[in-house]
Design a protein around this ligand. Structure first.
Ligand SMILES: [Mg+2]
Length: 279
C-alpha cells in the first residue's frame, strides 16, 4: 500500500461537498452494521452533509434497504439510496422496452424494479424479450437458469431479438462464511453458453448498469449537481475503478473484499486515499 495517503472522515468532510458511500463492506455486511457506520451516518445527518449510498444491490427497493439499514441502527432515508435496480428505469426508456416481456432472476423487489421500469414479468418457461439477471437469490437456481437459457436459445434460433440486462455486475460478495457468487457471475455463465452456440454473434452480451459503469455515478451527479464528490468503497474494481473512470476521487476502506496490499493493481484501481476507520 505504498504511496497512498491515509485520511480520516473529518478530512473527507472538509475536502468534498458530497460523500458517496458503498453499502456492503463499508456500512453493513449481511449480519449488521460495521464498526463506526452508525456513528458516521449520525454525524453526516447531524451536520446536514449531503451523502448518497451507491449500491449495486438490485434485490431490494430503496424503501426495503432503508428499513433494513434502520434496523441496524443506520438512520438512512430511502431517498439517499441509489441502487443498480433503480437504473433499470432509464435503461428501459432508452431502449424502448416498455411492455417488453421480461424474465427476472432475482427477488420480489427485483421484479418490482422491472415492473416500475415498464417491463411485463413473465415466467422463465414462457417466451420473453428481455432477460434481467438482478440477483442470485429468490429463485430455484439451476432450474431457472436452465429454463432461461433454453428460452434464449429458442428466441435466437427463431431470429427474435433478445435483450440482456445486468443491473448488478458484482462477481462475488463477502459472506459470513467467506464469499458467495453474485449475479455478475451468473451473467458470465449465460454469456459463455451463448458464445459456445453463437460464436459469430458479438452482440449477445449483458448491458451492465451498476458500478464500475457510469450510469450509477451519472445518477449521483444528477441528484447532487456537483462533481465535487468522493466515492468511499471496499472493492477496487467497482468502487475505486468506477470512480476513477467517472473522474472522481475515491477512498478505499479495508473492511471488505479487497484486502491491501494491492500494489500489483493497475493505476485506475489505486484509491486517492485509504481509510482505516469510519470514526
Ligand atoms: Mg462493497
Amino acid at each position: 500500500m505504498t504511496g497512498i495517503p491515509a485520511t480520516d472522515v473529518a478530512g473527507l468532510l472538509r475536502r468534498y461537498e458530497v460523500l458517496l458511500l458503498d453499502a456492503y463492506g463499508v456500512l453493513v455486511n449481511s449480519a449488521g452494521a460495521l464498526p463506526g457506520a452508525a456513528e458516521l451516518v449520525g454525524q453526516l445527518n447531524a451536520a446536514g452533509k449531503p451523502y448518497y449510498i451507491l449500491t449495486n444491490d438490485a434485490s431490494k427497493l430503496p424503501t426495503t434497504a432503508a428499513a433494513r439499514y434502520q434496523g441496524y441502527g443506520l438512520a438512512i432515508d430511502a431517498e439517499r439510496i441509489i441502487t443498480s435496480g433503480l437504473l433499470l428505469e432509464q435503461h428501459f426508456a432508452a431502449h424502448h422496452l416498455a411492455g417488453a416481456r421480461c424474465v427476472v432472476l432475482g427477488t420480489e423487489d427485483s421484479r418490482r424494479y422491472v415492473e416500475r421500469a415498464g417491463g411485463e414479468i413473465v415466467q422463465p418457461h414462457e417466451s420473453f424479450d428481455v432477460l434481467v439477471v438482478a440477483d442470485e437469490f429468490g429463485y430455484p437456481f439451476l432450474e431457472t437458469v436452465d429454463l432461461a437459457l433454453s428460452g434464449l436459445f429458442r428466441a435466437i434460433d427463431r431470429q427474435r431479438p433478445v435483450h440482456l440486462v445486468l443491473p448488478n455486475p458484482d462477481l462475488i460478495y463477502p459472506s459470513p462464511h467467506g464469499f458467495g457468487i453474485a449475479s455478475g457471475s451468473i451473467a458470465l455463465v449465460f454469456e459463455a453458453a451463448l458464445r459456445l452456440r453463437y460464436s459469430h454473434r458479438r452482440d449477445l452480451r449483458f448491458t451492465r448498469l451498476g458500478k464500475p459503469h457510469a450510469a450509477m455515478f451519472t445518477e449521483a451527479l444528477r441528484r447532487t449537481g456537483t462533481r465535487n464528490m468522493v466515492m468511499i468503497g471496499d472493492q477496487l474494481e467497482a468502487d475505486i475503478g468506477g470512480a476513477h473512470d467517472f473522474g472522481l476521487d475515491s477512498v478505499l476502506v479495508d473492511t471488505g473484499v479487497n484486502a491491501p496490499p494491492f500494489s500489483a493493481a493497475p493505476a485506475r484501481l489505486h484509491p486517492t486515499y485509504l481509510l482505516r476507520s469510519l470514526t
